[in-house]
Design a protein around this ligand. Structure first.
Ligand code: SF4
Ligand code: SF4
Length: 191
């Protein structure tokens, strides 16, 4: 079962009926009642159920590719983060929940790396600005969102907790390349 994106038309100018207020309430109730009875009929007969209820957490839907869960760091095959500790995501983050300590490996092809990379998930609002700002596809929005906790201190994710193998993030990376028409880190352009 996959999620569906619905585009809502918004009219800036209200018509006469909208300004009268009551007809629109009646219209709203009619829509709600229509859904209720259609769903009830589907529930009783087991046929033509156009509306559905997800029995979360036993049942889950496949979220659209644009879905944004918590941000994670892309981990390369050699176990290292793809991040080069440029700090752009830290700068772009509106809630100041990213903190990076850059390090350098002398003589390496890519010298900079994050010695420490922390995200305070109790402040993160899953906006995705860090992902947009990153020039390296090193931080992406995952599909994970079940991170609630009774102790805020456990929501301060360090680099080790943030790293996710690139292969598991393939779907998001492909989506981003299509969305922003980006050139792949390896030089390929996504078709
Ligand atoms: S998703 Fe938004 S709030 Fe969360 S770390 Fe990224 S930029 Fe900051
Ligand atoms: S995740 Fe991206 S934007 Fe953030 S420091 Fe690393 S390379 Fe720079």
């Amino acid at each position: 079962m996959s999620g569906q994106v619905i585009k809502v038309k918004r009219h800036e100018k209200l018509g006469v009926l909208e300004r009268l207020y009551v007809p629109m309430i009646v219209q709203g109730l009619a829509v709600t009642a229509g859904h209720f009875f259609r769903n009830l009929r589907g529930f009783i007969t087991g046929k033509n159920r156009t509306d559905f209820v997800v029995q979360y957490p036993d049942e889950r839907i496949d979220y659209p590719d644009a879905f944004r869960g918590m941000p994670v760091l892309v981990q390369l095959d050699n176990g290292q983060p793809r991040c080069v500790a440029c700090g752009l995501c830290e700068f772009a983050c509106p809630t100041d929940c990213i903190s990076i300590v850059p390090g350098e490996i002398e003589g390496a092809r890519i010298e900079r790396y994050p010695e420490a990379f922390n995200i305070d998930m109790s402040r993160c609002m899953f906006c995705g600005l860090c992902e947009e700002a990153c020039p390296e596809e090193a931080i992406v929005m995952s599909r994970e969102f079940e991170i609630s906790s009774y102790d805020r201190r456990t929501l301060n994710y360090d680099k080790e907790r943030l790293l996710v193998p690139e292969t598991l993030l393939k779907r998001r990376l492909e989506f981003l390349r299509g969305e922003y028409d980006r050139v792949h880190a390896g030089g390929e352009r996504r078709s």
